[in-house]
Design a protein around this ligand. Structure first.
Ligand SMILES: [Zn+2]
Length: 350
């Protein structure tokens, strides 16, 4: 395949739409970031990954200071990456599996601190929504901090993954469901065995059951060529289905959420998902109209792979404060222990 068909010129900043820019040679030089995503794309189109990466330059927008790639993937190849070549969100599902098996998710300590900061500032939330991926933000740690028992986790999982057979099903579907059920039974036995043998030590978190008992939860979804969307499945279920059946979240497309009918959401978590949208500022504009507080966690440019078309700059908090003059923007990155250095942790609140 011709490189010119795979990569297309990006002439305007995906964040502010500005056109003035300068190549950031230091960032262009960082060629290994995102390798695991880019390799299957390069292979699929019969190109070497080195050639692909060499052709993607990184620019700094002179208007908002953000970084973005140009040329970058056209819609069809990037959709193919997220739908076919790397079809599930590996880091998200790792978090889910760790939660299910009672292991400490690498971001648990940070997320627990974020919850404590939020509850000390605003009290117990009545509603929480996660934007995009259900497994990267506060949904799993909220369940942990509610004191959900290891047996409770496995029980919910085994109910959630059940695929009931039905007389109307055709033979191959019936056969598939039966095989699927057997494999799932085996997995359940394995997880239970691990628990009984004490191989995994259950991560408990501070028990804040009283805080989270009555929180209504929502997963705000979006469909874009830059993300996995509804096809992100494991164990025979989509991440959206498990967000609903295991974490009790309502599944609502962001475009359909209305604060007039459903009310303001106390906290909205946006954990490494804003840079998987085509129009990040419009998404954030909408989120700030439906949420009282937005927790925005996103990769810093130095740790963002080339599967992301853009990355925010270190001025993100002040950029957002200028944009949302009637809201408060606080950079929490330095308030965490250890300070967040690979990601930004920013709070926008009314
Ligand atoms: Zn810009």
């Amino acid at each position: 395949m011709n490189l010119n068909k795979l990569l297309i010129e990006v002439s305007r900043c995906p964040i502010c739409n500005g056109s003035k820019r300068i190549e950031d040679e230091g960032m262009s030089e960082k060629k290994t970031l995102g390798y695991y995503y880019l390799k299957p794309v390069a292979d699929n189109f019969g190109l070497s990954v080195d050639l692909l990466v060499e052709n993607i330059k990184v620019y700094r927008c002179l208007e908002c200071e953000s970084f973005y790639c140009s040329p970058w993937f056209g819609i069809a190849p990037i959709s193919q990456l997220f739908n076919v070549l790397s079809p599930t969100h590996i880091a998200g599902w790792r978090n889910f599996e760790y939660w299910l098996r009672g292991k400490n998710i690498p971001t648990d300590d940070r997320n627990e601190q974020i919850i404590k900061i939020l509850t000390s500032k605003f009290g117990a939330p009545k509603s929480y929504a996660e934007f995009g991926c259900p497994f990267q933000g506060l949904l799993p740690i909220m369940e942990t901090m509610r004191g959900t028992s290891p047996i409770g986790r496995i029980k919910r999982f085994s109910e959630a993954i059940r695929i009931p057979n039905d007389v109307r099903l055709t033979r191959l579907t019936f056969l598939y469901n039966t095989l699927h059920s057997s494999i799932m039974q085996f997995l359940k036995v394995l997880i239970n065995l691990e628990r009984l043998l004490g191989i995994t030590k259950t991560h408990e978190g501070a028990n804040l059951a009283a805080y989270f008992e009555k929180v209504s939860k929502t997963l705000l979804t979006t469909d874009t060529s830059l993300s996995w969307g509804g096809n992100c499945t494991r164990f025979g279920k989509s991440c959206r289905a498990l967000a609903s059946s295991i974490f009790g979240a309502d599944i609502v497309p962001l475009t359909e959420y209305s604060n007039q009918t459903s009310g303001l959401i106390d906290i909205i978590g946006v954990f490494n998902t804003l840079d998987h949208t085509r129009n990040p500022m419009q998404v954030l504009d909408k989120l700030t109209t439906i949420g009282r507080s937005i927790v925005l966690v996103n990769h810093r440019a130095t740790s963002a792979g080339r599967q992301h078309s853009f990355a925010f700059a270190n001025n993100l908090a002040s950029y957002l404060q200028n944009r949302y003059a009637n809201l408060n923007v606080i950079d929490l990155s330095g308030e965490l222990e250890p300070p967040a250095t690979k990601d930004f942790v920013i709070l926008i609140h009314r």
